[in-house]
Design a protein around this ligand. Structure first.
Ligand code: NOJ
Length: 761
């Protein structure tokens, strides 16, 4: 405590001195900057560089193994005031221990900011972000982030490395599970909801945490979907597809950014001054700080961009990176680099200032232990309310992909059901890949969820194992491709049952960081099992659990009912059971296109027409297509069924012409034509027919979720104005261009009504 007190006294003395000698700052509007500068003035160059240094803690590891002797070095640096942040330190006791070193043992007692990957919950897990995006329910998503912040902050954490707002069109990329899918508009709204959820109204509130928009930028466009791979995209894609969710996060007030592992157009993101200085800190005016990704500064050597670690540190800071995660390069070389004039001291000052500012905003200078309340940790962790909210969003995230002859919902009594599949009984895999703080085996399994409906008779047969051993976060999953034990028993169990629920998909560790796949089929022996079961019983409900779109053509053709249940977190099995039994009528819509095969990837709804678009009945070969598969996906973006049905009619526009100052109201009548109460996401798409840069065949521009009783109708209205039509033009400006547009309103990107209007002077 001594050092903290000393810091506070010196700080107030400086406040007085500062008031006498410096130009007088506006004490109200600029008091934060003034405080930050007051601390900064006390700091040596080494201490400022120390603020720019982030170390992994001594427990969990979320990247390549730490260097030998790292722990001793880290303690030494902590005590010397050479660490500004730690990640992967969690739990009040542990956080308190490291914070105590920073506050009580260092010269100035500057508190640490404690980061953690709170991606979809802390210990009480919600659905993986891709699944939550399928809910299209922004309030539920915001609430989910708010709850994650609540639980994480009670465990001593005050900074999450989320949301990941990378757009991706490539299901091979394992990290699609961590994002909001392929669309920049939906992705932007979700980015905003998540940032607001984590950060709340007031960062100094102990139940909110700092958010981090990542990975800046282009990470989701890795060539061939292979994680960390090269990214080469043009200005149009960068500005119109990749940037929008980052812009939304910035506007929502996100306080930190993470740059990314990939190179973008030849320059690694961590050393990319265009991205960090020109765009983010320049054009967008971002005044928080940028952390590098795990050793991404050091990795610029392997990229062939920096000649050694020292050069990497120079390039990173000159390009605008403020804090280094785990590469040790800043702490090792920055002082030398400044003394040699290779890095301007003003860059170091600026970085330290940004970091200190966020620490002030969190209120860490007032009370460094404000997130370290053991009683709160005990009360909040795994609370009933958190589980209730997790169940709520888990149900909303499920997407009904097929339901022939209304096989679903299931009757609640009198059925003989076979439940088949290794995943059905798995209490760990539904927690997904980002579950560092959650205990193994804490998810409700599908089997448990189904068994809570006690009036049906369930026979369970796991079939062959999906993964061998006990998959972990840091190791490759070994998929079982040969051990068929359990096969026969599964087939036997399926015979003569009223219905077979097959729970198939990917292990939770088959998606996530470094978990790309080159094929999108059901892994291991699952397809074979599905076909074998089908031979004895066709009444199959397929419950898919996966972290990415899968190519499930055979199932789509043959299996009567399919639900997409992703990895839904702690309440997974309850959510699935409630949907299967109709206690929740599915309302999710796909945030990402499902391909027919991996060769179609990247496949996305907002594609360009090309000069030789697909013809309905082509009589020659010269158009953009494949010989062996159609251009259309298996399930399009925005697709998702309900147990009821909806009809769309009477699309009307209030005017046919729009000016830059007027607006048009587009309306449509939606009717629940089925037997159940249901929710529908009514989607608005627009096509700009001619542009200074070619425009996509359609782009999502709005949506509204409505609830309808059987027989009920609602008129849904969207207001279209010129702002909605803006894009990054060939003149490198965000502008709406005059011309003709088509508006589509419907139930998915592939099924809608259409009308036309124009934008003119
Ligand atoms: C690497 C990942 O790319 C990043 O998203 C994550 O936040 C860090 N590791 C820390 O775990």
């Amino acid at each position: 405590m001594m050092n903290l007190c000393r810091l506070v006294i010196v700080f107030f003395m400086l406040l007085i001195v500062g008031c006498q000698t410096d130009p007088v700052p506006d004490p109200i509007s600029d008091s934060l900057n003034f405080k930050v500068d007051s601390v900064l003035r006390l700091m040596t160059l080494e201490e400022k560089i120390g603020q720019m240094n982030q170390y992994n803690g001594f427990w969990n590891v979320t990247g390549p193994s730490p260097k030998k002797g790292a722990a001793q070095l880290k303690y030494k640096h902590l005590e010397a005031g050479l660490v500004g942040s730690m990640l992967n330190v969690r739990g009040v006791e542990n956080v308190k221990a490291v914070q105590k070193i920073a506050v009580e043992k260092t010269r100035l007692g500057i508190p640490l900011i404690i980061g953690f990957d709170v991606i979809h919950g802390y210990k009480t897990l919600t659905p993986i972000p891709l699944a939550e995006a399928a809910s299209w329910d922004l309030d539920a998503i915001k609430n989910s982030a708010k709850n994650a912040a609540l639980e994480a902050s009670a465990a001593g954490i005050n900074w999450t490395f989320a949301p990941m707002v990378d757009i991706s069109r490539d299901a091979r990329w394992g990290r699609v599970m961590e994002g909001a899918g392929e669309d920049p508009y939906l992705g932007s709204l979700i980015a905003k909801a998540r940032v607001q959820g984590f950060q709340g109204e007031d960062l100094s509130d102990a139940i909110t945490i700092v958010a981090c928009a990542k990975h800046f930028a282009g990470y989701g466009f890795a060539e061939a979907g292979r994680d960390y791979n090269t990214v080469d995209v043009g200005m149009s894609t960068l500005y119109n597809i990749i940037f929008p969710p980052f812009i939304a996060a910035t506007k929502a007030g996100v306080r930190t950014y993470m740059n990314s592992f990939n190179e973008l157009n030849g320059i690694p993101a961590t050393g990319n001054a265009f991205l960090q200085r020109e765009v983010l800190k320049g054009a967008w005016g971002f005044d928080g700080f940028i952390v590098s990704d795990w050793d991404s500064a050091g990795e610029m050597v392997a990229h062939g961009y920096a000649k050694d670690d020292k050069h990497a540190a120079e390039l990173a800071v000159n390009a605008g990176s403020d804090m280094d995660m785990e590469s040790y390069t800043f702490v090792t070389y920055m002082k030398e680099l400044v003394e040699e004039g290779k890095v301007k001291e003003s860059y170091v000052n600026d970085a330290a200032r940004r970091i200190l500012k966020v620490k002030f905003e969190l209120g860490l200078f007032d009370n460094p232990y404000k997130y370290c309340d053991v009683n709160r940790e005990r009360e909040v962790t795994g609370s009933e309310e958190l589980h209730k909210a997790s169940l709520d969003i888990a149900k909303k995230s499920i997407v009904l992909l097929k339901n022939e002859n209304q096989l679903l919902p299931l009757k609640k009594e009198g059925l003989n059901i076979a439940v088949i599949g290794d995943l059905a009984n798995d209490k760990t895999s539904p927690l997904g890949s980002w579950r560092i703080a959650a205990e193994d085996k804490t998810a409700i399994s599908v089997l448990e969820g189904l068994k809570s409906y006690e009036k049906n008779n369930i026979t369970f047969a796991p079939g062959p194992k999906l993964a061998l051993g006990n998959p972990t976060f840091t190791q490759e999953v070994q998929v079982n491709t040969s051990d068929k034990s359990g096969f026969k028993e599964a087939v036997r169990a399926a015979k003569n049952k009223d219905v077979v629920i097959m729970v198939l998909g990917e292990h939770g560790f088959q998606s996530g960081e470094a978990r790309s796949r080159s094929n999108l089929k059901l892994p291991g022996l699952q397809q074979e099992l599905l076909e074998a079961v089908y031979k004895v019983n066709k009444n199959i409900v397929l419950v898919l659990m996966n972290g990415r779109p899968l190519a499930i053509n055979w199932a789509d053709k043959n299996v009567p009912s399919i639900i997409e249940a992703w990895q839904l977190g702690s309440q997974s099995g309850n959510a699935i059971a409630q949907v299967l039994y109709g206690d929740y009528n599915p309302s999710g819509k796909l945030p990402m296109t499902f391909p027919k095969n991996v060769g179609q990837v990247p496949i996305y709804y907002n594609y360009k027409n090309t000069g030789r678009p697909l013809k309905e009945n082509p009589n020659d070969v010269f158009h953009s297509h494949y010989q062996d598969v159609s251009n259309s996906p298996l399930y399009p973006f925005g697709y998702g069924l309900s147990y009821t049905s909806f009809s769309y009619k009477d699309l009307e526009l209030s005017a046919k012409t729009l000016t830059k100052d007027s607006s048009i109201v587009a309306s449509v009548t939606v009717t629940n034509t089925g037997k159940y109460f249901g929710k529908e996401v009514v989607q608005l798409y627009i096509r700009d027919l001619v542009g200074s840069r070619t425009r996509p065949v359609k782009e999502l521009k709005g949506f509204e979720m409505i609830s309808l009783n059987p027989g009920e109708s609602k008129v849904v209205q969207f207001t279209i104005d010129a702002k909605m039509l803006q894009f990054y033009t060939a003149q490198n400006k965000w502008e709406a261009e005059f011309g003709d547009f088509t508006v589509f309103i419907g139930e998915s990107s592939a099924k809608s009504l259409e009308a036309n209007f124009s934008l003119s002077k």
